[in-house]
Design a binder for this molecule. Structure first.
Ligand SMILES: [Mg+2]
Length: 84
């Protein structure tokens, strides 16, 4: 996949996600768990594909979700509150 395509998919997902869930968690652990949740879905998609039960398309979707949430994590990092 071309880098331009990857960036386009991730940017579109960030836009979509920010419309559906405009509020990003201020708590650092909650924010990190949003990224982890998507990474878990990516892991499942990869394992499903490996076992012949899933598609490459689903892996791409979940990888885009993971990248988009990692970027939202970074975009909002200055506003997150540390746990004390
Ligand atoms: Mg997902």
């Amino acid at each position: 996949m071309k880098l331009e395509t990857v960036i386009g998919l991730v940017m579109a997902e960030i836009d979509r996600a920010e419309k559906i869930h405009p509020v990003w968690p201020r708590n650092l652990i909650h924010a990190g768990m949003v990224v982890s949740e998507e990474q878990g879905e990516l892991s499942k998609a990869i394992l499903d594909h490996d076992e012949g039960k899933g598609s490459k398309r689903q892996m791409i979707i979940e990888a885009v979700h993971t990248a988009a949430m990692a970027i939202r994590f970074l975009k909002n990092i200055e506003e997150t509150e540390e746990n004390e």
